[in-house]
Design a protein around this ligand. Structure first.
Ligand code: PFF
Length: 478
């Protein structure tokens, strides 16, 4: 058995570079596009609490475990798991964890790129001041209709969606083919602070609306009835969605964080770096919610109704009305696209790294191949919003009755594949790896209290949490 000492793909130049790249992976459409609309769908406060609990008790420990696996294995997730299973004298089947991550990565990227394409489409629209037209309208209904119509024009046009989807993936391919270090490290260094700044400006606008407190209440007023009875009948779906979103938002359970861990310099504290990434990710999601919901309420809308278009139907109203809205609006969508890119590259990196390690592909050809695969699968999402919007492939099962291809791919990856991946990562690190190896990688004593607590969370809380949520979601407790 020979685990490589260093990754053949290179290393981050510093611990900070890793934090930036991992934050770049974590912060993306999940925080700004997905968090608000799913929180809206499941009624707010109780969903947010469950989400935060999942982040703290499951997401954080699993992220540490995933970084650790990468740092020890020093290879693509498939090969890292192969090396580590050998080292721990466990079955070679553990490689499947790496494989399922590669599949999940393709599936996520296939829809991620289409939604990021929406953001690209909004850049020129905002720059042209399209949404300033809302100031000439008389009623809030006219305003909301105006922005909803603009959104409908976009998603109803498959060719336009394909064009943006293609552009997004071509640029992703160029970034990944160029190697992770140069382009990416440099980009995230200024991008994350800039995104944060624009979010704060938007927060200022949201606070100026009389409905700000209503938005805050919606997000923090805990009403479990809304979470468990979203459609009148008891359902564990909301809790599953909160857990799935926690995994999705932190980029966990599919090898992205593992492969980034493989490029970590030898002596870097895993606990501290992970804490920084988790904190940044959570903060951005909460900020996005605090911005969106007051604007939803001040326009007489209801958070449940937005669906995946929520952010695209709500923020343009704010940009249309606020001073310098054209400038900030353009900047916002540019930054959203950049945040999506820094996540997208982490979605294909596990597959690219593996192809390069087989020795049969150059980094460039591996990246192009992976990009084309995701591009093709992406058509299913493109059509889900127009010509196939009535196609519900699994309508024979009541739980999937109204799910389009996009809904199904999203559900399968976020709510099933990522939590399962996280569960197996937790089991491997906390039950199967030698304690001595784990503490060596963490550079910590096995008597350390924090270490013991982390191990307890991984050993019991993660498997129990993920297990219970699954059982609940398939109706065992109802
Ligand atoms: N965390 C990203 C987001 O919140 O947008 C999405 C993502 C990236 C999910 C990488 C999974 C992943 F492996």
């Amino acid at each position: 058995m020979n685990i490589p000492k260093t990754s053949i793909h290179g290393e981050w130049s510093s611990r900070l570079a890793f934090i930036l790249a991992a934050t770049g992976s974590a912060v993306g459409l999940g925080n700004i596009w997905k968090f608000p609309y799913i929180t809206g769908e499941y009624g707010g406060g109780a969903f947010v609490i469950v989400y935060l609990l999942c982040i703290a008790l499951i997401g954080f420990p699993v992220m540490m475990a995933e970084v650790l696996l990468g740092k020890r294995g020093r290879s693509s997730p498939i090969n890292s798991m192969r090396h580590l299973a050998q080292e721990a004298r466990r079955s070679q089947w553990w490689q499947v964890l790496g494989w399922s991550g590669v599949v999940a990565g393709f599936l996520i990227l296939s829809f991620y790129s289409v939604i990021a394409g929406w953001a690209l489409d909004y850049i020129p629209r905002l720059a042209q001041g399209t949404f300033t037209a809302v100031n000439d309208l008389n009623t809030t209904k006219e305003v909301t209709d105006f922005v909803a119509t603009r959104f409908g024009e976009l998603v109803g046009d498959p060719l336009r969606l394909i064009m943006w989807h293609t552009l997004f993936l071509v640029i992703t391919i160029i970034m990944v083919a160029g190697g992770v270090q140069g382009g990416l490290e440099r980009a995230v260094r200024w991008m994350m602070p800039a995104l944060f700044l624009v979010l704060l400006i938007l927060l200022g606008y949201a606070m100026s609306t009389p409905q700000f407190m209503e938005g805050v209440q919606f997000m923090f007023n805990v009403d479990f009835h809304k979470l468990f009875y979203p459609k009148g009948e008891f359902s564990g779906e909301g809790v599953l969605a909160a857990m799935g979103l926690a995994f999705f938002s932190l980029s966990l359970g599919m090898g992205s964080i593992m492969v980034y861990g493989a490029y970590l310099p030898k002596h870097a504290s895993i606990a501290q770096t992970t804490a920084a990434v988790v904190a940044a990710d959570t903060l951005v999601a909460i900020l996005a919610g605090l911005i969106i919901f007051p604007i939803v309420f001040s326009n007489g809308l209801s958070p449940e109704d937005g669906g995946p278009g929520l952010v695209f139907k709500i923020l343009p109203i704010a940009f249309g009305q606020m001073p310098y809205g054209t400038l900030f609006g353009t900047l916002f969508f540019v930054l959203l696209a950049l945040a999506a890119w820094s996540s997208a590259i982490s979605l294909i990196e596990p597959a690219v790294a593996w192809l390069v390690e087989t020795g049969k592909f150059s980094r460039i050809s591996a990246t192009i191949g992976c990009g084309i695969a995701a591009w093709l699968v992406g058509f299913a999402t493109v059509f889900s919003f127009n010509i196939w919007s009535d196609v519900k492939p699994l309508s024979m099962f009541s739980a999937f009755q109204d799910k389009t291809f996009f809904n199904l791919i999203d559900y399968l990856t976020s709510n099933i594949m990522l939590p399962l991946g996280g569960l197996f990562i937790a089991i491997f690190v906390a039950w199967l790896m030698k304690n001595q190896i784990v503490t060596e990688e963490l550079e910590i004593s096995s008597k350390n209290l924090g270490y013991r607590f982390w191990r307890f969370l991984l050993r019991y809380v993660t498997p129990l949490g993920v297990g219970l949520v699954f059982l609940n979601a398939i109706g065992v407790f109802s």
